[in-house]
Design a protein around this ligand. Structure first.
Ligand SMILES: [Mg+2]
Length: 242
């Protein structure tokens, strides 16, 4: 999913949240590296892990040769690739925000990856795992930011899965899913906007305005693409004499 497609799809996520769910964990299960740190700074930046900061696989394909590190769980080996710029990104945002990771993965998979990303436990203040997400009957899930117990004017979620924004869509910043592209620059591109949010009293109207602009760009591009396709079809018809 491209960045603009991710932005466009955030529009329809609120409705899907209204579907019944079977679990609603209101008490987050987390590990904290610095218990008092959350109260020290203004805004909490919540980051998704998979396809936002890293890509992981347990396959034994070509990825095991190019991965940044690997670890084993039981009999399985997990290969991890880091998204370009991820370390510098974490260093910078940890200066601006309290940083939490909220992943739909279990602790067994997430912790080795986060320990590799933040070996001294200085960048990421808290870790939230899949048991903190809200699961629906169909097996899908979303991330309810109210579990942090913090004023939502001061909470941001960056995630490649737009359905995770459905409870608080004005707090969510979509990012394109990342797998292996070494040229990807989404994290560095996002930084100036996050720097702007760090100084905001309420992040929600700023995020809403940006997403509205990006949706319009997506809509215009999509419209131009359809018009071009239509013109091509008309020209082909004329040339064939139909
Ligand atoms: Mg993800």
């Amino acid at each position: 999913m491209s960045y603009l497609e991710a932005v466009a799809s955030t529009e329809s996520t609120r409705t899907r949240c209204d579907q019944p769910h079977k679990t609603a964990s209101r008490t987050p299960t987390s590990s904290s590296n610095s218990p008092n740190k959350i109260q020290e700074k203004k805004t909490l930046l919540v980051l998704d892990l998979d396809e936002t900061l890293v890509h992981r696989t347990i396959s034994t394909g070509s990825l095991n040769k190019q991965c940044d590190f690997s670890f084993t769980i039981g009999e399985r080996t997990c290969y991890v690739l880091l998204r370009p710029y991820v370390r510098k990104f974490l260093e910078r945002v940890s200066e601006l925000f309290d940083v939490a990771i909220f992943t739909a993965s279990g602790r067994g998979y997430a912790d080795p990856t986060l320990d590799f990303l933040d070996p001294q436990h200085k960048l990421i203040a808290r870790r939230y795992y899949k048991d903190s997400a809200v699961y629906r009957v169909d097996g899908s899930y979303y991330k309810d930011l109210s579990i942090f117990g913090i004023d939502l004017a001061k909470v941001i979620l960056v995630d490649d899965c737009p359905t995770n924004f459905c409870m608080q869509k004005d707090n969510g910043i979509p990012i394109a899913s990342w797998y292996t592209d070494p040229q990807d620059d989404e994290l560095s591109t996002l930084l100036p906007f996050l720097e702007r949010l760090a100084a905001a009293d309420d992040v929600r109207p700023i995020i809403a305005e940006r997403l509205s602009q990006l949706r319009r760009i997506y809509w215009l591009k999509d419209l131009a693409s359809k018009q071009k396709q239509q013109e091509g079809n008309t020209e082909a018809k004329l040339n064939s004499g139909d």
